[in-house]
Ligand binder design. Structure first.
Ligand SMILES: [Zn+2]
Ligand SMILES: [Zn+2]
Length: 162
């Protein structure tokens, strides 16, 4: 398909990506399903899909479209992939949404009580977000530590600095 119009059409702007040209893919697996793999002619076009895709973390990977002849020969088999060259990360907009990965992990009442007992200070609800981020980061590291030892249970000793 689309032989006349280059190799494939950009998933965002629908302009043709020429044979042998640089294009971009999204690193996220749901954007690379065989039936509906997304390809982008440029980084701005890749960024276009971010708000709707709602990836937690995403980056674009640079690829090169196959030459016309190579594409014809290798017709069915992984047509796109010559080697990956560079990877460009772009921070997607943060989307704090309830129930999602940005959920608050801190028990507000306990935290406020702790701070108040320690200091008599009050605590803004807005500290719950950054504190939850810290907990997530520590947990991610603990997950890696447990995985290194082939465990699927996080133990106290996996917590960094514990
Ligand atoms: Zn485009
Ligand atoms: Zn994507």
């Amino acid at each position: 398909m689309a032989e006349e119009n280059g190799w494939r059409l950009c998933s965002a702007c629908k302009k043709p990506i020429e044979f042998g040209a640089i294009y971009w893919i999204c690193n996220v697996s749901t954007c690379n399903r065989k039936s509906a793999a997304l390809v982008f002619c440029s980084l701005p076009c890749w960024e276009v899909h971010l708000p709707t895709a709602r990836h937690r973390e995403a980056w674009a990977e640079e690829r090169r479209a196959p030459r016309r002849s190579a594409a014809a020969q290798a017709a069915a088999k992984e047509p796109a992939e010559s080697k990956r060259r560079t990877v460009v990360r772009s921070a997607p907009p943060r989307q704090p949404e309830a129930g999602g990965p940005q959920e608050i992990l801190i028990v507000a009442s306990r935290l406020k009580e702790y701070v108040h007992k320690r200091s008599g200070f009050n605590t803004s609800d807005r500290v719950l977000d950054p504190l939850s981020d810290i907990v997530r980061r520590v947990c991610d590291e603990a997950i890696r530590n447990a995985a290194k030892e082939g465990r699927k249970t996080i133990l106290d000793r996996d917590i960094p600095g514990h």
